[in-house]
Design a protein around this ligand. Structure first.
Ligand code: DAH
Length: 351
């Protein structure tokens, strides 16, 4: 190779190399720039290899220039590498960075179900009055659910069309309890008087699902048996209960019949929705039916071995799904079962 060619190649490679190094945007392209400028198959190496074929004077001149170009390129590469490495580290740090000013992700606190809220309120009110909470089986026998409650065999509630019987061979008397009243009997059988209990829980009836009815719903039963208990005690107890639960809402008692009480009554509150005018919520009655109640029938007391000459008592029972609906303005009973978070969120912090 003649000296002039060598010199111009070196000039050109220096210019081209410096530009390629400066333009390398990451470590990989810098690596490629190094190979193409100084690598074994580069034009620079070609010049270096040809030094041996040159005369001593030219070799010295070109050799010096070769060293200059190589050192220049190497230090440009080293500088560029240092820069790209810090940039890469910065990018990694930035990607890893934690913004301590961002709000944290907290677990959702959840909420009590509206039915549970109402149930707890009822339990609170009665336990303050000295009542104890009892719970019983959801699969009952006809004896506890009907017979012991003075409900005769021909009562229509006992039909398969109204009640849900279990298909257990040899046990045609098993059914899902249709009322929590069965707990009156179980409680009295298990202890002597005095008795002051409430029994909240699920009950089951063979009904179609509608906006107001579910085959599964909830009732709370109450029972007080003691010496000298009168109808005035029943009225006073229910009035205190309703005042605690509903404030000064007007409540009415009307005569009614239930086989296990005598006399019996129905308790209703002035409708939450229409204030007595009549609307779908109260079935256009103006009053919202809440409970059945009455003085415990002597047959029931006798059946559990209590002496009806010495002890008297009252019982009451009613559903609270509709009470929850009225309280929280829930138009459709099915919302209580859907488990829709958007609905349940409304009750966060309600209790
Ligand atoms: N068990 C009745 C029902 O499901 C409600 C009831 C009425 C309960 C009168 C009582 C009562 O304790 O005395 O419709």
């Amino acid at each position: 190779m003649v000296a002039d060619t060598a010199r111009s190649i070196l000039d050109e490679e220096e210019r081209r190399g410096l530009a390629e190094i400066a333009g390398a945007s990451d470590l990989a392209s810098l690596e490629a720039a190094e190979t193409s400028t100084l690598g074994r198959r580069s034009r620079f190496q070609e010049v270096q290899r040809s030094l041996g074929t040159m005369g001593p004077v030219e070799r010295r001149g070109i050799g010096k220039r070769t060293n200059e170009v190589r050192d220049g390129l190497r230090s440009a590469i080293a500088e560029r590498r240092a820069l790209l490495e810090t940039e890469r580290e910065d990018a990694l740090l930035r990607a890893d960075a934690v913004d301590v000013t961002l709000p944290g992700r907290r677990p959702r606190p959840g909420s009590l179900h509206p039915l549970t809220i109402v149930e707890y309120e009822i339990v609170d009110i009665f336990t303050r009055m000295g009542y104890r909470v009892v719970e019983g089986p959801e699969v009952e026998t006809e004896y506890y659910n009907f017979d012991a409650l003075n409900i005769p065999p021909e009562n229509p509630a006992r039909r398969v069309s109204d009640s849900i019987y279990l298909d257990v061979p040899g046990r045609p008397d098993l059914l899902l309890r249709t009322e929590t009243s069965a707990m009156q009997i179980r409680t009295m059988e298990s202890q002597p008087p005095p008795v002051y209990v409430i029994a909240p829980g699920r009950v089951f009836r063979n009904e179609d699902v509608t906006a107001k009815n579910m085959p599964v719903f909830h009732q709370v039963e109450g029972l007080a048996v003691d010496e000298h208990i009168t109808f005035a005690d029943l009225k006073g107890t229910l009035e205190s209960f309703y005042r605690a639960l509903l404030g000064d809402r007007r409540v009415r008692f009307t005569p009614s019949f239930f086989p296990f009480v005598e006399p019996g009554l129905s308790a209703g509150a002035l409708c939450f929705n229409c204030e007595g005018a009549g609307c779908p919520t109260c079935g256009f009655e103006g009053w919202f039916e809440m409970m059945g109640a009455g003085m415990v029938h002597p047959n029931v007391l006798r059946g559990v071995g209590y002496d009806p000459e010495r002890y008297t008592g009252f019982a009451f029972g009613g559903g609270y799904d509709r009470l929850a609906m009225a309280r929280f303005n829930i138009a459709d009973i099915r919302m209580l079962w859907d488990g829709d978070v958007r609905f349940l969120e409304r009750f966060e912090g309600a209790r």
